[in-house]
Every structure is written in structure tokens, then in C-alpha cells.
Design a protein around this ligand. Structure first.
Ligand SMILES: [Zn+2]
Length: 70
């Protein structure tokens, strides 16, 4: 049971840790103690995902405004 738990944690943090940066301001995405990034993904018209930090989300409340800045 413990081994399964460790494996899941390892995969989860590996997926999220390597230099998560905001695609608008280039700032580092803050992480909670659960290693979950505080940010959102915005999809453009081509379906490409862009990571946006919480600060830029506040400045650019609509998806259209975010995409203009990319
Ligand atoms: Zn940002």
C-alpha cells in the first residue's frame, strides 16, 4: 500500500515540477504544498494549451484577453 502511494506521488510531482512558467508574464507558477500549480490552462484556437498564472488571470479575466497577450 505504501509503495503504491510513493509511486503515484513521484509520477505526479515529476509531471508538474520542471519549470512551470506563465506563458503571459514568464513568471514562475506558484505551487501549493500539494505540488499543484496555481494557474490555469487556456486553450487557443488551435487547441494548444497555455499555462497562465493566477496574477495574469486577475489582470486578464477573459480568455480572449489572455490569448491576445500570448
Ligand atoms: Zn503570469
Amino acid at each position: 500500500m505504501f509503495r503504491i502511494y510513493l509511486g503515484v506521488t513521484f509520477l505526479y510531482s515529476q509531471q508538474l515540477l520542471p519549470g512551470m512558467k506563465c506563458n503571459v508574464c514568464g513568471g514562475k507558477i506558484e505551487e501549493t504544498f500539494l505540488v499543484k500549480p496555481i494557474g490555469t490552462y487556456v486553450k487557443d484556437s488551435k487547441g494548444k494549451k497555455h499555462l497562465i498564472c493566477s496574477q495574469c488571470q486577475k489582470k486578464l479575466p477573459s480568455k480572449e484577453q489572455v490569448l491576445e497577450k500570448l
